[in-house]
Design a protein around this ligand. Sequence first.
Ligand SMILES: [Zn+2]
Length: 362
Amino acid sequence: MSTPVNLDTIRRVPKVLLHDHLDGGLRPQTVIDLARDAGYSGLPATDPGALEEWFAEAADSGSLERYLETFSHTVAVMQTREGLFRVAAECAEDLAADGVVYAEVRYAPELSQERGLSLDEIVQAILDGFREGERRAAAAGKRIRVGALLCAMRQNAMAGEIANLAVRYRDAGVVGFDIAGPEAGYPPTRNLDAFEYLRQQNAHFTIHAGEAFGLPSIWEAIQHCGAERLGHGVRIVDDIKVEEDGTAQLGRLAAYVRDRRIPLEMCPSSNLQTGAAPSLEEHPIGLLSRLRFRVTVNTDNRLMSHCTLSSEFAELHRTFGYGWQDMRWFTINAMKSAFIGFDERLEFINEVIKPAYDQLIP
Ligand SMILES: [Zn+2]
């Protein structure tokens, strides 16, 4: 008898997460505790249930201002070593409890400098937190490995410094680099120096591109900057023409992305909140998966989108009918696209992922 696909069973299979923001995944109670410790009085609610609701509602409101306000509260409580350590440890624990076996979690260290922490102290606190979370997960019988991606914010001018930081910590748990923040008005090429430096250092990076903004942003990220993966990349569908009979014509850029197996870090729930897709039914993940792009499924901001990687898969199952075979494909896609070494990726695929899915797929 085949195992039914539901939230419960999905939580139990190994999953891989490549796009998750540390400041978008705090536990509501932790936000409250850390705000109290820091003397931060700006929270819109002090009851964890009410605060959780406020985050989801503000992120859902359709207003970019209110969406961004949610991050002002999480970042406000991530200004101390203890705060960063706790948030990172709980992130690893929560992902492990959800069945994630490998994750790359990103954060912009420059956001945590309000109280005088140095960039090195910030990165170290986060890496220590991830190690602690991995230990706690192991004690609870869950295996997880968490790597850090360091983000630079597009609107600031620190990409060079952050890229350098990512290279310096690459043997200590930082697996790559990313740029985040507003896409419109800040094309990826603004930070070209940082990407050229990273390439010269044989370092890995992904770029948030093609979320709100269209094809030029994706094209620049890949052909000028040399991005190995695309954060979101949903707008690549603008270069695909679907005929009445369902056949698809790929433009040059879409064909390049598919042919070169450039991974798309898709975050369905988040895209609905920011308006990058009108509904899950119409989300480009359906078409792109059908056309066999290198699609991966991700959470983006678990607190704001009120989701887990398992709940994202459960929604996709409900909407597109994806079963274990599809989940196995998404998971192996993600593991192949991770920034850790080939031998380690292969071990996860052969020793952890395939054996678990083989039991579910007759
Ligand atoms: Zn993101």
